[in-house]
Design a binder for this molecule. Structure first.
Ligand SMILES: [Zn+2]
Length: 229
């Protein structure tokens, strides 16, 4: 009753179009939801995302949920999560994607541990939370696999990639993460999770850091992916 009353005075609005949501809708109205292009790569072994990340490291599987573009509501979703503290957006995408992967993915499987891509401590202090954590938490529940935030740290905050070629860029960003606890990762198949992948250089660097731990395998998922035109 209280939540009904609450909704009368403070109706939940769609993050995409700001219209009032129906009781059956959550975060996005059905129109905005259907407006976001999906990646459809959760059964595609050598997808563009996979090839982007798998240049220099061995990778078991890679998938993303949405395709990121500047016109669909996906941009507003990510913005609300990262800059307005809307953690429920991360849970929303994680639940949907986790259910999809559980029932319908041949490449994201046999995962032992989920690890969110860590934020640098400075950025964590400013933002108050890692935007990958709610996503990782929801994936953990739907995939029924534990998630762990203390195994890795980010030691370099900003990596300028503008003046380097592809090869140098990779060697430059390679040292931006550090393993804090090898025992947690050792002999496991780790699923690294990230928010939006553009070049893939940062995620690739993080995957390479995980692979320094003996007997690990890595897979990767992101909320959204920017594809080359
Ligand atoms: Zn809407």
């Amino acid at each position: 009753m209280f939540s009904d009353l609450f909704n009368v005075f403070f109706p939940q609005l769609c993050i995409g179009c700001q219209k009032k949501l129906n009781p059956s809708e959550e975060i996005l109205c059905i129109y905005c939801e259907s407006d976001i292009p999906m990646s459809n790569n959760w059964n595609e072994y050598k997808s563009e995302l996979y090839r982007k990340l798998c240049g220099k490291i061995p990778l078991e599987g890679a998938a993303s949920f949405y395709l990121f573009d500047k016109v669909s509501p996906v941009r507003k979703l990510v913005h609300s999560l990262k800059y307005k503290g809307a953690k429920e957006v991360g849970y929303y995408i994680g639940n949907k994607f986790g259910n999809l992967l559980t029932s319908n993915s041949s490449i994201i499987k046999d995962i032992d541990l989920i690890v969110p891509l860590p934020l640098h401590p400075h950025k964590l202090k400013v933002r108050g939370f890692n935007q990958c954590d709610p996503f990782a938490d929801a994936l953990s529940k739907t995939l029924n696999v534990p998630y762990e935030t203390g195994a890795l740290t980010r030691i370099v905050e900003n990596v300028s990639q503008t003046k380097m070629d592809k090869h140098n860029r990779f060697t430059n960003v390679k040292k931006i993460f550090n393993v804090e606890n090898k025992e947690i990762l050792k002999s496991k198949h780790i699923l690294l999770v990230d928010d939006v992948v553009t070049t893939g250089a940062t995620s690739e660097s993080c995957l390479a850091t995980i692979l320094e731990v003996p007997d690990t395998r890595v897979s990767f998922v992101a909320m959204a992916e920017v594809r080359s035109k």
